[in-house]
Design a protein around this ligand. Structure first.
Ligand code: ADP
Ligand code: ZN
Length: 741
């Protein structure tokens, strides 16, 4: 998590004057210190808050940002060190600085940890004219090692790529690259400068709206033009034109000369979205996610700070970009749990997007066909405005959802597709239409068991079963990434040929689908087999071009895709998300399955959705079949109100982790002993976490629940302050937890 800033005493260091008579400035460093440190600004240097500076820290030079008020423990001026230099980089705008402080205060993270996210440090140095490498053509004689072959697979003979990028893609060290240059396989070539971001044209291709759509589009435009903070929930059935309409808000924002940010839950989705954006505005927006090359990242960061990137589409980390004149933040699929960041600074991007909008007097639009109960509660309380689209665009009908009771229509032994579903798919294929099988589980089988002794293959580092990935001939832990080959015999009883896969993953369904529909053209879409936006885009194109008959996918297929020829969706295990019994299991299952269902029948041909379930009487299945989500959500909300469960109360989790169970227990018990209490405050636990061991660390959880009018942060600060945490033990704070593992 800590950045190692590459300090190049480069031309972008602006020298500062002499130090005598210097003033104090606070500088926040991108590390988990309690706050900014004071330094001396040499006189005559006009250092202002937001300036990016180089300062000495423990005999090293570090990049930091001048913060607003000189701070912290009052160290006498004589002991302060002077700022070394100011970097020739755009300043971090005031709204971004307030945002860093706000996120830190809300999540109980150190401000510097949050700053690290805002300050992709290597984004700060200006782009140097870079040298990349192309493959030579023809290649020199000689045998190629496996590593070199991989590098050549990643290199191109026309488009230079940097050594670091090549090394990363080919999974080799840069030494391999250097050796290949030396041996004449690669040739150095200058990398052309990244093109500047063209300005999207709000009038490029204006849609013709239906009356219902037009009314909402006008309201959104009005809100953006007001340049005052407001939050709007844009709700409406899948395919009703929500995206089309919020692009109008983007158009209004472009006209007003301000910047827009569109957050997507899954960057794999961005490809189809980008081409849609381009059709509407004539050019692509700037993209922001973790897979960007460092060059693009740097160029984008600067373009956002300078205002030349007018619209950014990104993952949750895009919230921390240095927008100077932000007018609109859109959160698409706002109910998605993917917006919750679980590592490092634990924050919910949907909620922080609202905060970010407020700090810039901007409009926030939360978009979903199945809004979260949190957002609905905010609508109910009058904090958010609400617009709803009731019909699908162009007369497309909503798909008809029905349940297949697996008790009445069981699949063949050892199989997972019921005859009823198979028959429906046959009919769909015969009509020349596409069908999709949905199973939200990666790999071949979630559990491998020895039929002789009953041993189950578990992760050595976690309380979790290993998942078989047959195509890769591996067993993998989905929690820590541990992999091992599939053993030839049971590791315990040594019997051979007794290990059996239990339950289906998407790979196993693919195998079954291939056997049942041997002549259909199949495509698998899973987050692990389809890692980047490019792969997903290629898949989407193939589906749109009808080069595919059957799609088999995990949750990645549920999201905003628009596949006009897809008319049947079969949910292989509709009960899957209901197990485990976490607070939001029902809510999430409805949201996910409704979303998948929404992929069917988006054009003229009507769609059908079949849910394979063992409990068709479950309220979740009933709500989906009756397509009555409003009532379902209202009931769900009422069930949460009495116990002060979110959204009618607040939650914060403490997760204690340690190398040994004893150390974890000791700290968890200490925390339990001094837990806060009183009217409207309740602490549950400590208890072993469901993932009692993760990456070899023993975990315990405590859950603080308060009435909504009680802020959890002061309680948490006070609570944590009363317990001494010994070395090797960690206490992580998760405010508004989404996962309870
Ligand atoms: P949602 O975001 O609600 O799922 P979309 O905005 O993706 O809906 O709209 C569904 C489809 O209908 C898309 O292909 C979109 O381009 C098209 N569409 C929606 N509204 C219009 C409109 N007014 N004119 C033309 N096409 C539209
Ligand atoms: Zn593991």
């Amino acid at each position: 998590m800590l950045h190692e800033p590459p300090i190049t005493p480069a031309p972008n260091l602006l020298p500062l004057g002499p130090v005598s008579g210097a003033a104090r400035v606070a500088v926040l460093l991108p590390y988990p210190f309690a706050g900014p440190f004071d330094y001396l600004a040499p006189p005559g240097t006009d250092l202002v808050p937001g300036d990016v500076v180089l300062v000495p820290l423990n005999r090293r030079q570090e990049i930091g940002v001048v913060w607003d008020a000189p701070s912290g423990p009052s160290v006498p001026a004589a002991k302060l060190k002077p700022v070394t230099a100011r970097l020739d980089a755009p300043a971090l705008p005031a709204a971004s600085r307030r945002f860093v402080d706000w996120v830190a205060a809300y999540t109980l993270a150190a401000p510097g940890e949050v700053l690290a996210m805002a300050l992709r440090v290597n984004a700060l140095t200006p782009p140097a004219p870079a040298t990349g490498f192309v493959s030579t053509n023809p290649l020199p004689e000689g045998k190629l090692t496996e590593a070199r072959r991989r590098v050549l697979g990643c290199a191109n003979h026309a488009m230079p790529r940097s050594a670091a990028e090549l090394a990363r893609s080919a999974e080799v060290s840069t030494a391999v690259i250097r050796a290949m240059v030396h041996a004449g396989f690669l040739r150095p070539t200058p990398i052309p400068a990244a093109p500047p971001f063209a300005s999207p044209d709000p009038h490029y291709a204006e849609p013709v709206f239906s009356a219902e759509q037009a009314q909402i589009a006008t309201a959104l435009r009005g809100s953006v033009r007001q340049a005052a903070f407001s939050v709007i929930l844009l709700d409406g059935v899948t395919g009703s034109g929500k995206t089309e309409i919020y692009l109008e808000a983007v158009a209004a924002c472009l006209e007003s000369g301000r910047q827009s940010l569109i957050l997507l839950p899954e960057i794999a989705l961005s490809a189809q979205f980008l081409s849609r954006f381009e059709r509407r505005f004539g050019v692509a927006p700037a993209l922001w996610h973790s897979d960007l090359s460092s060059r693009t990242r740097r160029a984008t960061w600067r373009a956002v700070a300078e205002g030349s990137a007018r619209v950014v589409v990104g993952a949750r980390s895009a919230l921390f970009l240095p927008f100077t004149k932000l007018g609109l933040v859109v959160v698409d699929e706002e109910h998605e749990t993917a917006f919750k960041q679980e590592d490092g600074v634990v924050y919910h991007a949907r909620d922080m997007a609202v905060v970010r909008a407020r700090l810039s007097d901007a409009t926030a639009i939360l978009v979903s066909a199945t809004p979260s109960l949190e957002t609905l509660a905010n609508v109910e309380a009058g904090r958010y405005r609400h617009f709803c689209l009731r019909t699908r665009h162009g007369g497309a009908r909503l798909p008809e959802v029905s349940a297949i009771d697996l008790r009445d229509h069981p699949p063949e032994r050892g199989k997972f597709l019921s005859p009823a579903l198979i028959e429906a798919v046959h009919a769909t294929l015969a009509a020349g239409e596409q069908a999709m099988f949905f199973l939200n589980r990666r790999g071949y089988a979630p559990l491998t068991l020895c039929r002789a002794c009953g041993h189950r293959l578990a992760c050595p580092n976690c309380t979790a079963w290993l998942v078989e990935h047959r195509a890769l001939r591996k067993l993998t832990c989905h929690h820590c990434g541990h992999t091992e080959p599939i053993p030839p015999q049971c590791p315990v009883c040594k019997a051979e040929g007794t290990l059996a896969p239990i339950g289906p993953g998407v790979e196993r369904i693919t195998e079954e689908v291939a056997a049942v529909f041997p002549h259909a053209r199949r495509l698998v879409m899973a987050s692990d087999t389809m890692p980047g936006p490019h792969a997903a885009a290629a898949a989407a194109r193939a589906i749109e071009a009808r080069e595919v008959d059957l799609i088999i996918g995990t949750q990645i297929v549920a999201k905003g895709w628009h596949f006009p020829h897809l008319t049947l969706v079969g949910v292989v295990d509709a009960d899957l998300g209901l197990a485990g019994g976490d607070l939001r299991a029902s809510e999430r299952t409805v949201q996910l399955l409704h979303q998948v269902a929404g992929r069917a029948g988006r054009a003229e041909a009507p769609g059908r959705v079949l849910l394979q379930t063992f409990s068709p009487e479950h309220p979740v299945m009933q709500a989906l079949v009756a397509n009555d989500l409003t009532r379902f959500f209202a009931r769900e909300a009422e069930a949460r109100r009495p116990g002060n469960w979110p959204p009618y109360g607040r939650l914060a989790a403490l997760i204690v982790s340690a190398d040994t169970a004893d150390a974890a227990d000791l700290c968890a018990r200490d925390l339990g002993r001094v837990a806060p209490g009183g009217d409207g405050v309740l602490v549950l636990g400590p208890a072993p976490a469901p993932l009692a061991i993760l990456r070899g660390r023993h975990r315990r959880r405590l859950l603080l629940k308060t009435r909504r009018d009680i802020a959890v942060q002061p309680l948490l600060r006070d609570w944590l302050g009363r317990v001494k945490v010994i070395r090797g033990v960690r206490v992580d704070v998760d405010v508004d937890p989404v996962s309870f593992l």
